[in-house]
Unconditional design. Structure first.
Length: 203
């Protein structure tokens, strides 16, 4: 029997976009199940002394990342559009509202599609995923009811879950996204997705 892979993702993470769009296909090929776990990078970056993404802190690293994203999305056949809005906050985006919805949405059959829709809105369509309009569009196109899932996300069993996920990520040593865990094994980065799935399949 294979072990499940926990997929730790953040909507503001460029490389998480790559993993989110292909992890289910790659997992199915190996007969491995995936647990999607949304969390926030803000507290993790703050613990390392950063008040934003390291891709913004270090301009040379950011330039490399954007070019690498162009190459890797082309490799995987994924649409990609670098943020072009004049607002300097265009990257990283405020992902918290969409992540809070994801916690509740992932209990529904359409939850994974919602998550992929958010990534597509941000990194393929250059939309602001912090806005209610974009989040609503992503819910509806996934097959969900925006009013119902918003109400569900405010229930006591869901509202604190995003913070709890982030604290759990910190506790096991996660320092970036995407990350994948198989038992106590930690894999970091989209380029380690296959390694994590292979490890789970062979466990």
């Amino acid at each position: 029997m294979t072990q499940p892979v926990t997929f730790w993702f953040e909507f503001a993470s460029t490389y998480s976009y790559l993993s989110a769009m292909r992890i289910e296909h790659e997992a199915a090929r190996r007969n491995v199940s995936v647990v999607w776990k949304p969390f926030t990078l803000g507290p993790i970056f703050a613990a390392q002394g950063w008040n934003t993404s390291p891709f913004s802190v270090y301009p040379s690293k950011g330039r490399y990342m954007w070019r690498d994203m162009e190459r890797r999305t082309r490799k995987y056949g994924l649409p990609f559009q670098r943020p072009t809005r004049d607002d300097p906050r265009a990257f990283p985006q405020n992902s918290i509202p969409a992540l809070r919805i994801a916690v509740a949405a992932l209990t529904e059959p359409w939850g994974i599609t919602y998550c992929r829709n958010i990534y597509t809105a941000q990194f393929a369509d250059n939309r602001d995923i912090s806005t209610p309009e974009v989040i609503t569009d992503c819910i509806i196109s996934a097959g969900g009811d925006p009013d119902a899932i918003l109400a569900q996300s405010q229930l006591p069993e869901f509202k604190p879950q995003l913070r709890a996920n982030t604290e759990a990520a910190q506790a096991i040593g996660i320092f970036g996204a995407p990350s994948f865990t198989v038992g106590e094994e930690l894999f970091w980065g989209d380029d380690r997705l296959e390694d994590a799935l292979d490890w789970a399949a062979e466990a």
